[in-house]
Design a protein around this ligand. Structure first.
Ligand SMILES: *Cc1c(COP(=O)(O)O)cnc(C)c1O
Length: 352
């Protein structure tokens, strides 16, 4: 086998992951050979997982949080829809998402056999009349996004909860804060368990949380919601399992505990402030250069640079992806510094 080298982060602009915090990296290595899927045997990593869930609960204003560390936002989103489906009586279930929702919900629909209904957005946030129209007696879950993948937008979560109350109070309300969850505590939005009567949330330590991959998070308001996922486990020391995966990464769990320990709240606040200042700086530069730029809310800038310029930047080594509408996405992850941005803007000027 040839010795491969991992992608370095200096020119990575649109990834939602980042370089792990040094403590997270060290913790991951120490816990590499543990399996939180078997908590009866691997007790210390199981204790760390309880710490992570409590820590994520702190971020999202949820006391006595229930939940677990998932393989990522995809698993957490699938599991949330599964909770909604399992606790409902209907045989013809559907769930409602805004059209800004992450593609993982399409996997949830496919895997679970639940119809996905897509509501329109306006200015990148869920159009609540559109959501209301799609909810009926067979709706088992309604999703709001706090930090959309393409534009960093935050749905009006309390108003969304009111709509669900009016249309079908039995439906589960799920907030997908997979990426935004580690920025939102410092931003001025109503998105968490204290702001509204939401049931479940996705919040991923392996994105802005600076944990190693894989470390996603599913939070639930109470243990009875997680019980909807419970499966008997005859050959393990523990008797049941709520996770989608069986054996899973103790490295992810331990790294998330270490990152939270090191960074919550001051480190994450500093990171949020730097990222926000960088997003504003980039917005101003690209606007001055005449490009149509979507104004950032959370620290993510999407700009219509045109296909050729994006291709040219990619040729120059920048790792840049596009929105469905074709804009370049600049995600202000911790590794994206002002110097990085000056350098990509300089390259862009040379292409003019
Ligand atoms: C990244 C992301 C996901 C998917 O998470 P993975 O960890 O890639 O599985 C889901 N929702 C949102 C909003 C995301 O940003």
């Amino acid at each position: 086998m040839q010795r491969a080298t991992p992608q370095d982060f200096s020119r990575v602009l649109s990834s939602m992951c980042t370089e792990p915090h040094p403590d997270a990296r060290a913790a991951a290595e120490r816990f590499l050979a543990t399996n939180p899927g078997d908590p009866g045997t691997y007790e210390s990593v199981a204790a760390l997982e309880r710490e992570v869930v409590a820590g994520l609960g702190d971020l999202a204003s949820l006391d006595d949080a229930a939940g677990y560390v998932t393989s990522g936002g995809t698993e957490a989103n699938i599991q949330a829809v599964r909770i909604g489906r399992n606790r409902a009586a209907t045989r013809d279930p559907n769930f409602v998402v805004p059209d800004s929702a992450h593609f993982s919900f399409r996997k949830a629909a496919d895997v679970l056999g639940v119809e996905m209904r897509v509501a329109p957005t306006e200015d990148g946030v869920a159009d609540l009349d559109g959501v209301a129209e799609l909810i009926d007696d067979d709706t088992v879950a309604v999703v709001g996004v706090a930090g959309t993948t393409e534009y960093g937008r935050v749905d009006p979560v309390p108003a969304l909860v009111d709509v669900v109350e009016d249309e079908n109070p039995g439906a589960l309300v799920h907030v997908d804060a997979a990426w935004g969850g580690f920025a939102l505590p410092f931003a001025d939005y109503a998105w968490d368990f204290a702001d509204a009567d939401i049931d479940t949330m996705t919040i991923d330590p392996h994105k802005m949380g600076q944990a190693v991959v894989p470390a996603g998070g599913l939070l639930a308001r109470g243990p009875e919601l997680l019980d909807e996922l419970s499966i008997d486990t005859p050959y393990l020391e523990s008797t049941s399992q709520v996770t989608l995966t069986g054996t899973r990464s103790g490295a992810g769990v331990a790294s998330a505990a270490a990152a939270l320990d090191a960074l919550w709240p001051d480190g994450y606040r500093a990171q949020y402030e730097t990222a926000t200042a960088n997003a504003e700086w980039l917005f101003d530069r690209l606007t001055d250069m005449g490009y149509p730029v979507v104004e950032p809310t959370l620290p993510l800038v999407s700009a219509d640079l045109g296909t050729e310029r994006i291709e040219a930047l990619r040729e120059a080594g920048w790792r840049l992806s596009r929105t469905e509408a074709g804009e370049a996405r600049f995600v202000m992850q911790p590794h994206v510094t002002r110097e990085t941005l000056r350098s990509v803007v300089a390259d862009l000027r040379r292409l003019e």
